[in-house]
Ligand binder design. Structure first.
Ligand code: AMP
Ligand code: MG
Length: 315
């Protein structure tokens, strides 16, 4: 398929997942966690393979051009599939060009800084793809659902107050705009899991010994706050999907489909950047030709000058 047609196909595929900037999202109403665009798993596997090799090619170009960076933020409720998505989507790209950062409960040092500080430390450089496994959005999710987290942040009185979440949305939007203006493109994927799918995934984590480590008693407690999280997700999606850093809501009940969607969103972002291999100027081109000429003159006259070739000769 031609590049143009591939780009068009991907754009069409991701469009229904995109949260229109300024729209009011009601997650349960607007996005179905079981949606699969009429696709079958068998076709999906092939498509993901194609997507992964496309990403590898674009990542190589992004690195060579060294002008833009890409930040992919992944958010989800527990068992939403963030780790598996990262593993599969990035499976084909050069590990040198990708950095994954996972964000957990903040440390004492992190709490001693402004709320975006620890995320700013992990931003991708130009030429790199950075993945945030959880992100600065936890600051308006878990921190909102459990306000005791906000108390730990040692904020001055005037920075807490009732308007704190809307202020944070604005500050996040401004920060992402600043990054975009400076060549770091931000794209955000929310893995949308249903409550029933979370239940079955939790049960699997409990039943299979090799998955036990993934489950903690706190997960059940968090599940008890399901509705509060859904509300925080809806508000976050409504307030922070912007033209420069859009949110994509990816149906997450089927892991294979979620991975295709995440790969497509990332590919769409890279296609938008359209990174190019740098070309050299005329003088540099002349220098290359001189070097080529020298190398060619060095070429072995007889095969005997190449010890490897002589050792393995069979004729
Ligand atoms: P996991 O990703 O399962 O290893 O869990 C990481 C934990 O860190 C989750 O329970 C998150 O809710 C928690 N976490 C991440 N970011 C923050 C934050 N900014 N404040 C408080 N807790 C957080
Ligand atoms: Mg967990």
């Amino acid at each position: 398929m031609s590049d143009r047609r591939t780009a068009k196909r991907i754009a069409k595929f991701v469009k229904p997942l995109r949260v229109k900037p300024g729209s009011r999202v009601d997650l349960a109403e607007d996005f179905d966690p079981r949606y699969r665009a009429g696709m079958k798993k068998r076709d999906g596997v092939e498509l993901l393979r194609t997507g992964v090799s496309l990403l590898a090619e674009y990542q190589a170009r992004l690195a060579a051009q060294d002008t833009y960076g890409v930040l992919l933020c992944l958010q989800a409720i527990d068992a939403g599939g963030k780790d598996g998505t990262i593993r599969h989507v990035m499976s084909g790209v050069n590990p040198q060009g990708v950095h994954v950062s996972s964000f957990k409960v903040p440390s004492a040092e992190e709490l001693d800084h402004d709320f975006l500080w620890r995320y700013a430390q992990r931003l991708p450089a130009r030429g790199d793809i950075g993945i945030f496994n959880r992100s600065h959005y936890e600051e308006v999710l878990v921190v909102r659902v459990h306000p005791e987290n906000l108390d730990r942040q040692k904020l001055p009185g005037e920075a807490k107050g009732p308007g704190v979440w809307h202020r944070r949305y604005r500050e996040i939007n401004d920060w992402e705009r600043y990054l975009t203006d400076n060549g770091i493109k931000v794209v955000k994927v929310f893995l949308n899991l249903s409550k029933e799918a979370q239940r079955t995934r939790f049960l699997k984590r409990i039943d299979l010994p090799e998955k036990n480590w993934k489950f903690s008693a706190a997960d059940i407690h968090e599940r008890g706050r399901w509705d509060d999280y859904q509300e925080a997700f809806s508000d976050m999606l409504s307030a922070t999907s912007t033209p420069w850093a859009p949110w994509y809501v990816v149906p997450a009940d089927r892991k294979w489909f979620a991975r295709i969607c995440a790969a497509a969103v990332l590919a769409h972002t890279l296609i938008g950047i359209d990174p190019q291999y740098p070309t050299v100027d005329e003088q540099a081109r002349k220098d290359l030709l001189v070097a080529k000429h020298r190398l060619e003159r060095e070429a072995p006259r007889g095969a005997a000058r190449d010890p490897y070739a002589s050792k393995h000769r069979t004729d």
